[in-house]
Write a protein of this length. Sequence first.
Length: 258
Amino acid sequence: MTPELGPLLRHWRKRLDYRRIPGIDSTRRRLKDGLTQDEVASLTGVASSWYRQLEGGSPRPVSEQFVQRLAMTLRLEEAERVVLYQLALGHTPPPSDAHLGQQADVHLQAVLDSLLPHPAYVSNLWWDIIAHNQPQEDWFPWLPYERNLMRFAFLYPEARDQLVNWREDWAIPFLAQIRFAIAMHPDTPELLRLRDEILEGNDEARDLWATHQAQAHPDGDERRFCLPFHGGKEIRVRITALVPMSKQDQRLVVLLRL
């Protein structure tokens, strides 16, 4: 970790528009623009005192998972993300699209775009979102910074606010789906890596994993969101999941608002 990191973190934090950051109270009076240190700490899942020391230049042990969350929270461009990794960890990150592995073809993208105004996306076997339409990004503005649905749900603190009834309706079914996918595809390294990242980074997920539940990907389930796009108002959706005949390892998911 180098001394240049602290000033850069302060600069990136202060330039943010707090009104566009999920999980931030935009109604309270502010003396300055940008996010506070306490808000960045909360969004990245660390103690406020620890983050203040990091910005102040005190050497702090950081994990790659934390640096990834920090890059998303601060809405860093690719070059800035490289700088953050280099200063914090001493090495550059993998390219932001390196984990995609697969790409949805132009025909699937056309299907997604035809589903407006409903949010829709295509994900691969290990839940990387490899294509999406504009409503999906409007609802979930973290998409350009974190392409994996499961990593967002378990490793980003704001997911608990946005995914209503997080433990019962989201965490338990998601972990059961991951277990099922690994059972069906035991030699897929991306699935094993995803499981390990989640269990290492989320204590509650580790406890839930020990219950050994398994289920296939659902279709027709009703879930609830509380998103900035809807002014923080709770909404219900029906999740419709389809599998392209020519790409059985991908899934097309549509969110139908009820």
